[in-house]
Design a protein. Sequence first.
Length: 270
Amino acid sequence: MVDHRRPAPRGRPVDRSSALPLWAQIKDDLERRLRSGEFADAFPGEMALVQEYAVSRHTVREALRRLRESGLVDAARGRAPKVADSEITQPQGALYSLFSSVEASGHHQRSIVRTLDARADGTVAFRLGLEESTPLIYLERIRLADETPLAMDRVWIPARIAAPLLDADFTQTSLYRELDRRCDVRLTGGHEEARAVIPTAAERVLLEIPDSSAALAIDRVGELRGQPVEWRQTVVRGDRFNLHTDFTSSDRVAMTVSDRQYASLQRESR
């Protein structure tokens, strides 16, 4: 009986006489296979690629490193390589939770809590309109999406309203959820600023940010009935995160008026 099943796809053999390095040939071929959808179900491990291309493990790792830098593959020591996840989208103009956005994007979220304590911080207290010695609850976390680092999150809230948070386990829950459940506090608004930054060396290591990628720094002030009660600083991997804004009809009207004002200024300057 003839077996009409197609053979499993394989990579193109490397050309050892080519001036192009072996790792570059493998990288290009893996890019071709990725874009064709060949690895939609699973990406082969290092040893499988070593055998398939008949090269050293070092060569395969170099190819995977370059694919990671290009954002096509997630690969790090101790974890099997996989096709890079889609970006996580965060809405603007709403009091959102990163926890909710990660899960809404179809990813599993988890946090590594680095610090949870009570402390005084004069700079943060000033930002919140408080005395410099005011006790604050401080929470520092590394946020993971599908076990891959996504963001470094630091937040300060006055202890007078947030002291019960010291007993919370933030491994798999959101700050706002625990603030509501334990402290009966639900923020009513606030504002934030986002800017592109070059990550520090420590942030690159902790968040596994490729050398070729930047990051987003997001500063937020959360308010309770007009009173600032939350100061938050978040550094997010730029290769896995984007901000999304919807424009309303009123926004379009405002933009039209601005365009007219600009045209008027242009005429006046002639």
